[in-house]
Write a protein that binds this ligand. Sequence first.
Ligand code: IPE
Ligand code: IPE
Ligand code: MG
Length: 254
Amino acid sequence: MSDARSVRPASAPDAQPLDPTRIPSHIAIIMDGNGRWAAARGLHRAAGHRAGLEAVRRTLEACREIGVSILTLYAFSTENWRRPVEEVEALMHLLGEAVADEAAELAREGIQLRVSGELSSLDPWVRREVERVIDLTRENRNLILNVAYNYGGRAEIAAAVRRLARDLTAGLPLDAIDETALERYLYTAGLPDPDLLIRTGGEQRISNFLLWQIAYTELYFCDVYWPDFERTHLLDAIRDYQQRKRRFGGVEGI
Ligand code: IPE
Ligand code: IPE
Ligand code: MG
């Protein structure tokens, strides 16, 4: 999927090209800073979220070109329900609209849509649209776009334990519960852990994102607000990732 030519940044020809043998296969992004981006322009927060959608399109396209296999985007957390109702509604509407508008493009580009999060609390029309596009793109293999919506890491683990307990009552042996077994109950079942987690917007925290899955993920924080996130910022993050030595608790070179 990737070759040396396709990973050379078009916008910055002199920048160090990416190492095509060390492309992170799963990138997760905490897309933060939409509200501050809007405030800096005297706009409503919702305008920031809408502008953020353009950054999603750019990032998705760049990931396709670079050869990233999975892109997980944190779009709405279980704690984001604490925001003013108009903002929650704007975000919900934006999700439904974006999924509906992009369905044909996702299908054409061979992108599979997944959602990590509790779909049952979504507006019915948004949920229907999301489920329709998940179904439409199920067989696509070029890239998985995993949208974390109404997602909370703790809620995910609690839900997994609930389902596990149910299976125990139904006869699952206690000894069968190990890390691999628990992973099968997470929203991200079947997906490898992220290699690289990027957070935009300047904060250096996880905000309840993928608590289980990021045990050995490389973390990268950048100050740009999400709507300003360009392909070049993504390439910077990947270049930084490529300099890291991942040891997974072991010793390098052994
Ligand atoms: C991230 O941007 C998008 C969501 C959380 C939905 P914010 O809306 O958190 O923007 P800031 O952090 O207030 O600038
Ligand atoms: C994290 O951003 C959630 C998303 C990007 C969807 P927040 O803006 O909600 O995080 P905090 O409140 O600053 O920790
Ligand atoms: Mg924020």
